[in-house]
Design a protein around this ligand. Structure first.
Ligand code: PLP
Length: 453
């Protein structure tokens, strides 16, 4: 037992009992929780206290792009900790400056300045505030199928049901429909038609809600938790054009989609669109230490050249967070991790999921890119009736819970969201590991097929 961490590394049942006695978990009813105690981890795997090893096809919360316990990340963390553990945001710090330099070098266009945060929700809070101060307008457009975080403003931006119990939220948020060709609310029959109609809808919402009142549109470049919705051709460029026309800023939330998840540094790189602000977190340093941030362009930066930016966080630009971001970006470059994520998507996951879809009538659609994929399950391919109803709870969610349990029994930790399995392994996962995981998904899907009518 260690002198400085006495009592840690107890047995699994003790860890769980202490958790249930003292820890209040997020997004959960506390009474029915049964968290798995994790003892150790490496790369794309983690291990529980009974020695069961799981392939982490969820990348924890889709943040572990570099994998568990990368030795160079740990070395960077120890090196920075030995040198300087903490420094207030008002000082200059080498790890922070280098992280800002590297991140803005990777970012598109003139997004050259970084405001660091502790995670994704606060990055979105600050992007919203910057947009309001820069434009002098207050309304923000946000997609109905979106998740932007759990702080007061970020949950108000969020379109999906997790917002509901947090209402009334913040005045000035207007929700709109983004594109979703498989379940088009625009009655579009092709992705191109979906783009055209989704853009017409966005334009109409802005026009009828008062164009002069809008500060920004915020959107997930690739919608994450709400379906891994890859924007159809021309959509992001169309949003950019509408923003320019109405003098509205474009905020790309890349908290989940950025830093390799989509097989590019930033997901917008796929479509060569330059937003005014990009928010990031998760993959920037894979959560080895909490870190997020807002990238802003020169025009927004100039707004605060003389005007004081009225916001900040004690831990903004934390040296341990920034040192691990620097290390992570360098490791990504040295070990060609972006390329690995891109290749896995194009040459393994996409092809294997297409085969899986052929074999299982319960698969309605597979979609994604990089290491960011969804398998959408239905009860009927013709009607596209979802395997479980929207926002299913309790017994209604049973088919997805059974699927999750079947994967876990076979050594795969899956990500289940609504009526979908999200295939979101770390960017460092090897091809054999991905194939092993997909074979388990394939086997488990037999269960979903049994519900097929
Ligand atoms: N934005 C998106 C797209 C996310 O997926 C998330 C979290 O999943 C957030 C924001 C919130 O990030 P955080 O949990 O770090 O506050």
């Amino acid at each position: 037992m260690s002198d400085v961490l006495p009592g840690l590394s107890a047995d699994g049942p003790t860890v769980k009992a202490l958790d249930r006695a003292g820890v209040f978990h997020s997004w959960s009813a506390q009474g029915s929780l049964d968290p798995l105690p994790i003892a150790s981890a490496s790369g794309a795997h983690f291990t529980d206290y009974d020695g069961n090893r799981y392939l982490d096809f969820a990348s924890q919360l889709v943040n572990l792009n570099i994998g568990h316990q990368h030795p160079k990340m740990i070395a960077a963390l120890c090196e920075q900790a030995a040198k300087l553990c903490t420094v207030a945001p008002g000082f200059a710090n080498d790890a922070r400056s280098e992280a800002a330099r590297l991140i803005s070098e990777l970012a598109p266009g003139d997004l050259n300045h970084v405001f660091f945060t502790n995670g994704g929700a606060d990055a979105n809070e600050h992007a919203m505030r910057m947009a309001r101060l820069h434009t002098g307008r207050f309304k923000i457009l946000s997609a109905i199928r979106s998740y932007h975080g759990a702080t007061a403003g970020a949950i108000a931006l969020t379109g999906e049901p997790r917002r509901w119990d947090n209402e009334p939220g913040m005045p000035g948020i207007v929700h709109y429909f983004g594109p979703y060709p498989y379940r088009s609310v625009f009655y579009a029959s092709t992705p191109e038609e979906e783009t055209e109609r989704a853009l017409a809808h966005l334009r109409e919402v802005i026009t009828l809600e008062g164009p002069e009142s809008f500060a920004a549109v915020i959107l997930e470049t690739v919608v994450g938790t709400n379906g891994i919705l890859v924007p159809p051709p021309g959509y992001l460029a169309g949003v950019r054009a509408i923003c320019d026309e109405f003098g509205v800023l474009m905020i790309a939330d890349e908290v989940m989609a950025g830093f390799g998840r989509c097989g590019e540094w930033f997901a917008v790189d796929h479509w060569q669109v330059t937003p005014d602000l990009i928010t990031f977190a998760k993959g920037v340093n894979s959560g080895y230490v909490p870190l997020g941030g807002v990238l802003m362009n020169e025009a927004i930066y100039a707004t605060f050249d003389e005007r004081v930016y009225p916001g900040g966080l004690t831990y903004s630009g934390h040296p341990l967070g920034c040192a691990t971001a620097v290390a992570s970006i360098n490791i990504f470059k040295d070990e060609h991790i972006i390329e690995n994520a891109r290749d896995l998507g194009a040459n393994v996951i996409g092809l294997e999921l297409a085969k899986i879809a052929d074999q299982h009538p319960s698969v309605g659609e597979v979609r994604g890119l990089g290491v960011f994929w969804a398998v959408e399950l239905v009860r009927d391919r013709a009607t596209r009736e979802p395997l479980v109803p929207f926002n299913a709870k309790g017994a209604d969610a049973a088919p997805m819970n059974e699927l999750k349990a079947a994967c876990i029994e076979r050594g795969l930790w899956p990500m289940i969201a609504g009526n979908r399995i999200h295939v979101v392994p770390p960017c460092v996962t090897t091809e054999p590991e991905v194939r092993e995981g997909l074979a388990i998904v394939d086997e488990a899907l037999g269960l979903a097929d049994s519900y097929y009518t």
